[in-house]
Ligand binder design. Structure first.
Ligand code: SF4
Length: 336
């Protein structure tokens, strides 16, 4: 049995809604997520599955209105951080948990020099004043492969890949316990993507930071993650370590994600995208929300939400195919 490490993040039964004029968007629907200390945990799913909403909930950055965290427990390093006062949460953001967004300009101020922006974060969280913060900023710029003298420049003078390096420097400046990276390389060219991922991997090890890597790209998961949670319609529908998910896939949606990847060994092989679209989050299907798209759907699938079933003590799936009765009938996917 694999030894379970202490948790850096423990989310239980998280429910988040956006109450709009067009109806209630059920973005996150009873999500459980455990991230072990020191691990890189991939959160994988299509656009609209609830990945970013989950991350923003951890940082208490859900825009309200229309967003409301309806239910759930969020523990960061053993401490409940749900419902903290704004001032307390501000202290935690940056020093204990930081986030890297897909578009670096979300985090950068166009009218401030790069070094002043990083130094501002350091000054807010650490003693020592501006001079000390600038010194540390220059160390951080060197660490992410940028010459410190470029700190005097503004974001528009940097390429996309360099801006993302600046954001990484800013996110790690105060040595957070948890780094949340939301599709951090999606907006970058493929070669730059690889460089940024390698850099994140190195820095994560150097600073002993735990990481939540949000992505729709299973290639990135294979490259960087230890554990994987697959999210669909605001719930984790399969969870396991890399081997479980890649070599012992159980959920038909996870299977669909793999089938929709290009096959580099057989370039003539056609992509097999998952049929249909993500469900309308204002009107989620009954039972298993994947049933309208699922090739394996049975009668029960539109009636009851499936229970969580463990293949072993760390690989879980929510799918009726794995009810003992259906396993006996042989209705079990086996990849690899
Ligand atoms: Fe498909 Fe049913 Fe499993 Fe949902 S519960 S993934 S519909 S087989």
């Amino acid at each position: 049995m694999e030894k379970k490490e202490a948790l850096i993040l423990n989310i239980k039964d998280l429910k988040v809604e956006y109450r709009t004029e067009d109806g209630v968007v059920y973005a996150v629907n009873g999500l459980d997520l455990e991230i072990e200390k020191g691990k890189t945990h991939g959160l994988v799913g299509e656009t609209g599955a609830g990945k970013t909403t989950t991350a923003l909930s951890v940082l208490d950055l859900i825009q309200s209105p229309p967003g409301v965290i309806v239910n759930g427990q969020i523990e960061l390093d053993g401490k409940n951080i749900r419902g903290l006062k704004d001032k307390e949460m501000e202290k935690i953001r940056g020093s204990e948990v930081s986030m890297i967004f897909q578009d670096p300009m979300t985090s950068l101020n166009p009218v401030m020099t790069i070094e002043d922006q990083i130094a501002e974060v350091i000054e807010y969280h650490e003693p020592g004043g501006y001079k000390e913060a600038i010194k540390k900023t220059h160390d951080m710029l060197t660490m992410v492969g940028l010459p410190p003298k470029r700190g005097k420049e503004y974001p528009h003078q940097f390429s996309g890949g360099m801006k993302q390096r600046v954001v990484i420097a800013m996110a790690l400046a105060c040595r957070p316990k948890l780094l949340i990276a939301d599709e951090p390389t999606t907006a970058l060219d493929v070669t730059i993507q690889a460089q940024v991922l390698t850099l994140m991997k190195e820095l994560k090890t150097r600073y002993d930071t735990s990481m939540l890597m949000i992505t729709h790209d299973l290639g990135i998961v294979a490259e960087i993650c230890d554990k994987v949670s697959v999210i669909y319609a605001g719930r984790i529908i399969e969870h396991g370590n890399l081997e479980d998910i890649f070599d012992n896939t159980r959920h038909p949606y996870t299977e669909g994600l793999f089938n929709s990847l290009p096959n580099l060994q057989d370039r003539k092989a056609k992509l097999k995208p998952i049929k249909g679209l993500m469900p309308d989050p204002t009107n989620l299907p009954s039972g298993c929300p994947f049933h309208p798209r699922c090739d394996y759907a049975m009668d029960i699938c539109s009636k009851e939400y499936p229970k969580k079933i463990g293949r072993n003590d760390q690989h879980f799936v929510e799918c009726h195919l794995y009810n003992s009765e259906n396993i006996i009938k042989g209705g079990v996917i086996k990849r690899g």
